[in-house]
Design a protein around this ligand. Structure first.
Ligand code: HEM
Length: 444
């Protein structure tokens, strides 16, 4: 075989971005006969890179785009990318007309940020239209921004109060909670999910810059999930949380539309206000993990507490993550303890079928606490068509579980996620605003 010209030589005449594309192309060719040449030349190309160059690992994904318009908002059943961020904000809107303007503007920003484009150039005497942190062109990067409304939004506005979803309420303290006031509740939640944390931060800054008269941020929690390559046979494993266990193994299949209609989406079957059809309840919890204590706990005990095997993710006694535990054959908890996390969370009986929830969590790592411990945990986010039957019932069953010795919920809130905007003539929350403007129903 004739020797190929060194790729480095070809690269030197190319602008930096084109060299990157070439390197990414090399990645695609990695399975071919080019592999050894590519590896050798990647080493020589390293000499041209700098510590502060943007990481290349996600560049192939910059144009991944999640459609915005639809019956439901994106970011709930759509696949979870690597970076997540939940921001709670208070809303300044004293009239239905204010609220209408706020929702239209928010929709407009979300469409631009999630679909991508070039921000307009302004006169340099003015502040630039964009923060610039993603460069001159905004690529969608798989971004979704999902909007939910909190209990306080309805309770503090007489023109909205009668339209509050039936189960929406202020999150109450559970037995093991140590809720920090500054990390709880809010008028509105924005869930950002994207391939990179920078995309989420950019989107948040864009919204805050464009909507200062309507939105005041209250608290925010960023998180991420490890990216894992699919196995050689194409199967994908669930990502692990900061306790080292796979998280999501028994999550209801989000690709099953009929199941999602049953578990996640509010419909005519739920006796909710008409404007809410197509929406869902969002339960958010910031849950500290005492990772130092966990890391000193014997493996067998960790597995008993969770009810699954740490490395494989299989239920106790099983071999694969996809194995389904049969608790009817284990009534005394000899195999899976009766108080194991997964058994309490989902006892798998016909009566508890209605309590299923869709989890979409991210791991967080915030720094060091005042007493010198790692401040890590789970940004737990769950969706369900009925908050009482879903999260509240499941969390009540979990109260007192052995896992509590290692976790401490410190923040979060409940929100009602608006139905989707149908098309370019629609906007998020339109039906709610129309109902608010029409006023409360008159008594006959
Ligand atoms: C830091 C806190 C938590 C950790 C570390 C954690 C960890 C886990 C792990 C490792 C699993 C097994 C794998 C899986 O099926 O996903 C699991 C399952 C589950 N967890 Fe959690 N979890 C936490 C909080 C919660 C909370 C707050 C809820 C709801 C109130 C919850 C509900 C569930 C449910 C419903 C399952 C699936 C059980 C099944 O269907 O078999 N988890 N969790």
């Amino acid at each position: 075989m004739g020797r190929k010209p060194p790729i480095e030589a070809a690269q030197t005449d190319l602008p930096k971005t084109d060299r990157r594309k070439l390197l990414l192309g090399m990645g695609v060719a990695a399975g071919s006969a080019l592999t050894s040449v590519a590896i050798a030349d990647r080493a020589s190309a390293m000499g041209d890179t700098q510590v502060t160059d943007a990481p290349a690992s996600h560049q192939a994904d910059v144009d991944q785009r999640v459609p915005f318009y639809g019956i439901h908002q994106a970011g709930i059943v759509t696949p979870r990318p690597a970076a997540g961020m939940l921001v709670s904000l208070d809303v300044i809107a004293d009239t239905p007309a204010d609220f209408d303007r706020m929702l239209r503007l928010l929709t407009q920003r979300i469409v631009f940020l999630t679909q991508g484009g070039t921000p307009p150039a302004f006169d340099p005497k003015l502040p630039p239209s964009d923060s610039g942190i993603l460069g001159p062109v905004i690529h969608p990067e798989n971004l979704t921004i999902t909007v939910g409304l909190g209990d306080s939004l309805f309770e503090t506005r007489p023109w909205l109060k009668h339209l509050k979803p039936r189960h929406l309420q202020r999150m109450a303290q559970f037995r093991n909670d140590a809720l920090v006031a500054d990390l709880c509740h809010g008028d509105i939640s924005l869930q950002f999910c994207a391939n990179t944390a920078d995309t989420n931060i950019h989107a948040l800054r864009d919204i805050l810059k464009n909507m200062p008269e309507y939105l005041v941020p209250r608290w925010k929690q960023e998180g991420r999930v490890p990216t894992i390559l699919p196995k050689p046979d194409g199967t994908v494993e669930s990502a692990r949380n900061f306790l080292g266990f796979r998280d999501g193994s028994a999550n209801p299949h989000s690709g099953n539309a009929a199941l999602m209609n049953e578990i996640v989406w509010v419909s005519e079957a739920h006796a909710e206000p008409d404007w809410a059809f197509g929406g869902t309840y969002q339960a958010v919890r910031i849950i500290r993990n005492f990772v130092e204590r966990w890391d000193r706990t014997p493996l067998a005990e960790q597995e008993r507490i969770v009810g699954r095997m740490k490395m494989s993710g299989a239920p106790m006694g099983g071999t694969a993550e996809t194995d389904v535990p049969d608790y009817s054959k284990d009534p005394d908890g000899k195999r899976t303890r009766l108080d194991a996390h997964i058994r309490l969370a989902n006892p798998r009986t016909p009566e508890t079928q209605k309590n299923l929830i869709l989890r979409r969590p991210f791991n967080y790592s915030n720094g060091i606490t005042k007493n010198g411990q790692l401040d890590q945990g789970l940004l737990f986010i769950a969706y369900q068509a009925d908050l009482e039957r879903g999260f509240i019932t499941v969390q009540t069953r979990l109260d007192g579980e052995p896992l509590e010795e290692y976790i401490k919920p410190i923040g979060g809130g409940y929100f009602f996620v608006l139905p989707g905007a149908r098309d370019a003539g629609d906007y998020l929350g339109r039906k709610l605003v129309e109902a608010a403007a029409a006023g409360p129903p008159t008594r006959s």
